[in-house]
Design a protein around this ligand. Structure first.
Ligand code: ZN
Length: 209
């Protein structure tokens, strides 16, 4: 059974491969899609599998050790509205066909960076072309900055890039331990616990595995 792999796993640094429609419809790839839903806490009806747990706002296949171009994004997410009903959408072979020159700085975390969070610049809006899980192509325009951010973060995973590589100021890479998440959401702009970039480079290069 697939699960989220360790932050030191080299598969997180790889360029993931594109899928043909035949490959996408194969049992092997459909199984990855099902596994990603389960890990994101989504059932087949698109609802929370475990009602007491939140759902993931985004997940990329490499995070479960599969180097194929599949991401899922909760397109229902808005800033400050974390616990609404999920609206999960799969993007296969997603391509950013437009990204706005205007950017915003906001906090990010990731299931593949351990206890590191950071403040990252992302384009305010993006336009994506992709296939859905049935192989149908579609265009998607981000409805808000948060959605645009999640899409950029997840697509980065398909190119072997995690958010610490996008941090432009070393003081923007932060240590946030499990008990500090709520506090971090409020005070990320003034967070003083800086995560040393050298430690990130060790994790990235797979030290400790
Ligand atoms: Zn991530």
């Amino acid at each position: 059974m697939s699960k989220i792999i360790s932050a030191t796993d080299a598969r997180l640094n790889r360029y993931s491969t594109e899928l043909s429609i035949d490959e996408l419809l194969s049992p092997k790839i459909q199984k990855i899609i099902k596994d990603m839903s389960r890990i994101a806490n989504i059932n087949t009806a698109g609802r929370r599998q475990n009602p007491d747990k939140s759902t993931l706002v985004g997940l990329a296949a490499p995070q479960i050790g599969k180097n194929v171009r599949i991401i899922l994004v909760d397109v229902g997410v808005k800033v400050g509205k974390r616990f609404t009903e999920p609206n999960i959408k799969f993007f296969i072979n997603p391509e950013i066909i437009y990204s706005s020159a205007t950017e915003n700085l906001y906090r990010e975390g990731c299931y593949s960076t351990d206890n590191i969070c950071g403040a990252v610049y992302r384009s305010d809006s993006v336009k994506i072309s992709a296939l859905d899980e049935n192989g149908k192509s579609f265009m998607f325009k981000s409805a808000n900055k948060m959605q645009a951010r999640i899409l950029q973060h997840e697509i980065d995973h398909l190119n072997g890039i995690r958010f610490p590589a996008r941090v432009r100021d070393q003081a923007h890479l932060h240590i946030v331990t499990a008990g500090e998440n709520v506090e971090y959401r409020k005070r990320w702009e003034n967070w003083t616990k800086i995560y040393p970039i050298e430690n990130w480079i060790k994790i990235h290069n797979g030290n400790g595995e």
